[in-house]
Ligand binder design. Sequence first.
Ligand SMILES: O=C(O)CNC(=O)[C@H](CS)NC(=O)CCC(=O)C(=O)O
Length: 276
Amino acid sequence: MKTALLQITSSDNPVENLDMVRTMMDRAAQEGAQFILTPEVTNCVSTSTTRQRDVLQHEEDDITLAGLREQAVALGVWVLIGSLAIKTHDADGRFANRSYMIGPKGQIVAQYDKIHMFDVQVTETETFRESANYRPGTTAVVADTDFGKVGLTICYDIRFPHLYSALAQAGARVITVPAAFSPVTGVAHWESLLRARAIENGCWVIAPAQTGEHPKTRGKTRNTHGHSMVVAPWGEVVIDAGTDPGIHIFDLDDSSVTEARRRVPSLTHVRSFDGP
Ligand SMILES: O=C(O)CNC(=O)[C@H](CS)NC(=O)CCC(=O)C(=O)O
């Protein structure tokens, strides 16, 4: 199945971002893609909570969700919206960081709220406190699609291998990891983490990423690592998208999952043990 990753540099303007993604989807579909994936926070990369409160919408009013569902129907493709920053009705005003699997009839097949929050001081001057703005999810999700079971995860989740084991044990043969990775941790950890999860679970790991320098929000800029990546179930890097925005297409085949799991059937060798 021809599958396309969109590597993008989202701004904090959902209207602009939707336009850009729709145009890229048109091109990907023209090249034969039947499944198209976008990165984390496709609708809005922002460094300002005030700005987010101004432009983000509740799910039922979100223009990106509506627009990409329409686009899925128009092109007859599957779409993984890596994530949208979405308003919730929570009293504390926090958003959800939510991934959607959309079918070719525009139906929402599955949705997943990012579980692990990036509350990390990356360098002396750069600190992230994702849980201040986003409420963490509590449920792991496997989407049932025409092309098999797909486990949904987001970005920082990649550092929690038990989530991936749980998804694989629940039948996932493909796991998605849309991201907006920090450049510092990206250089050090991104590829190794993705390859490890693919190898451990004998599954495809598909990681569409935000890239480059995002337009300023209230004078503050933000950079992301790029390097959207596809890792095959045996651990080979099939795509490394570098740092430019663009469309990257590969052939997603289920037989390589079967083959990797036949060669090393570690998923069937899981044992419980007494604590250390
Ligand atoms: O900020 C938003 O609007 C959406 N959330 C993100 O972009 C999140 C939190 S800042 N980014 C990550 O999880 C990067 C993880 C990472 O870089 C690592 O694990 O090293």
